[in-house]
Design a protein around this ligand. Structure first.
Ligand code: MEV
Length: 325
């Protein structure tokens, strides 16, 4: 452990799952990209035994936590993050308190991995504050502490993507593989502004898969092909092919109960406006959808999402992952 700055900062990106959400929880491969919406944490030393976390302004559209404050208690709104901070301090034998301040432009509970990005930004700030070179794998394990408390049995793809940045293929047993994507990827996101609990959505879909083994078997078979195809398209720069696979994936997500009428409406509008492919992203049931299209159609896709009653915004891939300073 070295000596860090008096106040340090950490920045971590949101993510968009291109294919494979929900199925990844049961072992399939999902592909995600980090996107240029960020959570930011700053950390400073506090008296021994004191951990406090406060937040100002979460989410892009005024939804979410507003100003929140929690001190020490693992039962409060930042309980999972406090547990993670304690795990960090214990792991590195640090007998010192910390004061953490958060802000984030990532919509909360919207499928974009806001909780994972917040956790990763805190770990980045803590590692800088205490002068610890935190390896990506250690960071992955520590971020899992809060993600598990929040989401039950998450696959790990959200925080893996936020940590590593770029495009990754991830399966719980095979771990992550960074894909080699040498072109800029832009997406249009459509936010329904309807918030859903990831934990409940995951339980609902897992329950459906258990009660419908035939549909599940067929869906996992198709998802394998979709993920393999998506890797091939991403690495080969075939965006039209990737879009088709996203549409196929959306069909399966709909079949297992992860979509919603609003999401379906936005997806249809985007396709009519020229998207190669469009699907829900993350846990679904509300939250966000993504559309991939040729650069010249992105404006029309945004407009179609707005006209269908949702908030569109354009994002691009973040190739870096977390930053500490
Ligand atoms: C959440 O962003 C993605 C899900 O597949 C859950 C998970 O992988 O932990 C729905």
């Amino acid at each position: 452990m070295g000596v860090g700055p008096a106040r340090s900062t950490g920045l971590a990106p949101a993510k968009a799952i291109l294919v494979g959400e929900h199925f990844v929880v049961s072992g399939a491969t999902a592909i995600a990209i980090a996107i240029n919406l960020y959570a930011k944490a700053s950390a400073s030393l506090a008296p021994r035994g004191s951990i406090s976390i406060s937040a100002q302004g979460f989410g892009m559209h005024g939804e979410g936590a507003g100003a929140l404050r929690a001190s020490g208690s693992e039962a409060g709104p930042f309980g999972p993050l406090i547990s993670m901070t304690k795990a960090f301090l214990e792991r590195y034998g640090i007998d010192q308190g910390v004061d953490i301040r958060l802000s984030s432009e990532i919509p909360l509970s919207a499928g974009l991995g806001s909780s994972a990005a917040i956790a990763v930004s805190i770990l980045a700030a803590l590692s800088s504050l205490f002068g610890i070179r935190l390896g990506r794998e250690e960071m992955f394990d520590l971020a899992f502490v809060s993600e598990r408390i929040l989401h039950g049995s998450p696959s790990g793809i959200d925080h893996a993507t936020s940590i590593y940045g770029g495009a990754i293929a991830y399966s719980p047993s095979g771990g992550f593989r960074r894909l080699s994507v040498d072109r800029e990827i832009s997406l249009v996101i459509g936010d329904t502004l309807r918030r859903r609990s990831t934990r409940e959505q995951v339980l609902k879909v897992q329950d459906f898969l258990k009660r419908n083994p035939e549909i599940a078997r067929e869906a996992f078979e198709r998802i394998r092909g979709i993920s393999e195809g998506a890797i091939f398209c991403l690495e080969g720069g075939d965006m039209e092919g990737l879009g088709k696979l996203m549409n196929e994936n959306q069909y399966l997500l709909s079949k297992v109960g992860a979509s919603s009428e609003e999401l379906d409406r936005l997806i249809e509008a985007s396709l009519k406006a020229g998207a190669f492919g469009a699907k829900l992203t993350g846990a679904g049931g509300g939250g966000c959808m993504i559309a991939l299209g040729p650069p010249e159609a992105l404006g029309a896709i945004e407009e179609s999402i707005r006209r269908a009653g949702a908030i569109p915004y354009r994002v691009r891939m973040d190739s870096v992952g977390f930053r500490a300073g």
